[in-house]
Design a protein around this ligand. Structure first.
Ligand code: SF4
Length: 329
């Protein structure tokens, strides 16, 4: 799926603008004493049929971004425009019907399926909830989805504990496909799986994307997985999207100091090629008290005085390559 596709020729599916999610911190008396700024002014576009990878360390806000887009958690501020409609303004039936087009594949296939329900029911359930089809039509659809993710019809009657982790994740994908979505948020869909199984699930995701022309928002901490599947990549640090670019451009020519340090830690398969590892000082600060100015400044080897007080704006350094850093402003 890696490609130099011209996204400008594609139709915009989703636009996220200035998205924030702040979780209030309450005192024992119930007063709000502060906010965990899980995501802070995140903006990006997702086009029809593409995969946008969101990467960053644990706790950087990438999963919260995915969940906020699907309104599994309510964003604090910002705009999420899906096919021209602002999702944050939709209510009731309109929201319900658009939600059918936006599904999620969860990280943990062990907990995302009800252990007491047969696989067939787990795949059928979203259709029951949304009142889709008759029992017979739904059953036919479940058999079709089972085949699509590589199972025989006999798996309809199995329980989750009878399946391996990779098989459960395939059931999670079949469930996500049940309502014929246009967009799937894949939240670390392979990180709980063995490496050998990861590639099978990634290949299946790619095949199904090509067949159904799906768009994926692919959240992951594993850069090699993202490089394999994504068309474009956004790098998050402490709730902010600090860099975004077409995938090969990001991997060959990272610009933001944080992206450079992340990529310097990825092993190169060729032993003759050496890469200098950029080690960052200190830990990621708490999102309860993010640093002033550029949130990366306490750890940045290139920080200048301005970085301590002035928030950098996102700049387009080459076509489609955006960096949020004073070195480029
Ligand atoms: Fe480093 Fe300053 Fe750029 Fe932030 S704005 S990444 S601190 S150089």
């Amino acid at each position: 799926m890696n490609s130099t596709r011209h996204m400008e020729e594609k139709n915009l599916l989703l636009r996220v603008k200035g998205l924030k999610k702040w979780f209030p911190v309450k005192s024992s008396l119930g007063r709000t004493t502060g906010y965990v700024k899980a995501i802070n002014s995140v903006s990006f576009d997702l086009f029809e049929g593409e995969t946008f990878g969101l990467v960053g360390e644990s706790g950087c806000g990438k999963s919260t971004t995915g969940r906020s887009i699907l309104r599994l958690i309510e964003p604090t501020e910002g705009e999420i425009t899906y096919r021209g409609k602002n999702l944050l303004k939709l209510k009731g039936n309109e929201l319900r019907s658009i939600r059918q087009e936006m599904q999620m594949v969860f990280q943990d296939p062990h907990s995302s399926l009800d252990p007491k329900k047969r696989i067939g029911y787990s795949i059928e359930e979203p259709m029951i909830i949304h009142g889709v089809g008759t029992k017979e039509q739904r059953m036919r659809r479940v058999f079709e989805l089972l085949r699509k993710v590589g199972f025989s019809e006999e798996y309809y009657y199995r329980f989750p504990h009878e399946l391996s982790g990779g098989q459960r994740q395939r059931v999670g994908l079949a469930r996500a496909l049940a309502l014929d979505p246009k967009l799937i948020v894949c939240d670390e869909p392979v990180s709980a799986l063995d490496v050998s199984i990861q590639s099978q699930v990634i290949n299946l995701l790619q095949e199904i994307q090509a067949e159904l022309k799906l768009s994926y928002l692919f959240v992951a901490h594993d850069l090699s997985v993202v490089r394999h599947i994504a068309d474009r990549v956004g790098v998050m640090y402490l709730g902010q999207l600090v860099e975004q670019a077409p995938v090969e451009q990001l991997f060959h020519s990272p610009q933001h100091p944080y992206t450079k340090s992340l990529l310097s830690a990825v092993p190169i398969p060729n032993p003759k090629v050496k890469r200098e590892r950029i080690l960052l000082q200190g830990d990621v600060p708490s999102p309860l008290h993010p640093p002033s100015g550029c949130v990366f400044h306490p750890r940045c080897p290139f920080a200048i005085e301005k970085c301590r007080s002035v928030i950098p704006q996102s700049m387009e350094v080459t076509q489609g390559h955006h960096v949020q850093c004073h070195l480029y402003s």
